[in-house]
Design a protein around this ligand. Structure first.
Ligand code: FES
Length: 157
């Protein structure tokens, strides 16, 4: 008769099943590490909720009032807001249509300038000179610096 002390414990996991489980888990982890970035890259980024329209904060209005221009985020886009010589607010894409650099407003010259390749735009976004092939996309801006200023996608009417 065999005693309980000499009996070997029952193998719940054989060595082969253990290796299979380890390899299966490793494959799933590897596939996730490869597939997830590809799927994420191929899926277009979604704008944050309400990103079709922004209302400027008091700090942004102060900056816009002091410097004459401001670059703000509207969802995933950069928007250039500026005050023209009549103190009217204008909004346009801050992404140069040549190779996508961020443009800046040069108040002294009254132009929007892209430093990457010296592209120049008028205050309404038209191309004045340089390599940009198209005007800057217009955004709609409502309000003034005394009250609420909202910027939304789509050209101003
Ligand atoms: S990226 Fe603006 S001029 Fe080239």
């Amino acid at each position: 008769m065999e005693s309980n002390l000499t009996r070997e414990p029952k193998k719940v996991f054989s060595r082969r099943r253990w290796i299979d489980a380890l390899l299966g888990t490793s494959f799933v982890a590897w596939a996730g590490a490869v597939v997830f970035p590809i799927v994420r890259y191929l899926t277009p980024a979604k704008d944050a909720a309400g990103a079709n329209k922004i209302t400027l904060t008091d700090a942004q209005k102060t900056e816009l009032g002091n410097s004459g221009f401001l670059i703000a985020r509207l969802g995933s886009e950069r928007v250039l807001l500026l005050k023209d010589k009549d103190q009217k607010l204008r909004a346009m894409s801050a992404k140069c249509t040549h190779e996508g650099c961020t443009v800046q407003f040069v108040p002294a010259d009254g132009i929007v300038w892209c430093a990457c390749h010296n592209g120049k735009f008028a205050m309404d976004g038209r191309v004045i000179s340089g390599p940009p092939p198209r005007p800057l996309a217009a955004f709609s801006v409502e309000g003034d610096l005394k009250g609420a200023v909202t910027v939304s996608k789509g050209s101003a009417a």
